[in-house]
Design a protein. Structure first.
Length: 133
């Protein structure tokens, strides 16, 4: 009986890691440039998911020893470019965007990553311009 409970807890833990873990996720960007007549929809991948984190109620050095703060970050990333159509000749139509290739749970490196979660004003679609995919 005790062995089956341990096995069930292990299976639930593994399932939670698979379902909630850090992994690649498809993401759609809607790119607009003020001077251009069209909006561009770009499909890319980002890192998304939950990672093991814990904090201690202890103060001082002892408390820091038990603090584990990890986030879902890029392990490797490539950059691609796309041209926003309908731009005047004096406007650079090139838009460069990241494509996540591998993700991992790791301490956030403030040199290479945005580590503070801030609300982004993302649009679900292009606003008033013609949409190209």
């Amino acid at each position: 009986m005790g062995g089956s409970v341990v096995l069930q807890v292990l299976l639930v833990s593994l399932a939670a890691g698979v379902l909630l873990g850090c992994s690649l996720k498809n993401f759609t960007l809607h790119v607009e440039k003020q001077e251009c007549t069209h909006c561009l929809t770009i499909n890319t991948t980002v890192c998304s998911g939950m990672c093991f984190t814990q904090d201690s109620n202890l103060q001082g050095v002892a408390g820091r020893k038990f603090r584990v703060q990890r986030g879902c970050v890029y392990q490797s990333v490539a950059y691609r470019s796309a041209e926003v159509p309908g731009c005047p000749a004096h406007i650079d139509p090139l838009y460069i965007y990241p494509v996540a290739q591998r993700c991992r749970c790791s301490k956030c490196n403030t040199v290479t990553n945005e580590c503070v979660q801030t609300p982004l004003q993302l649009h679900d679609s292009c606003r008033s311009k013609q949409q190209l995919q």
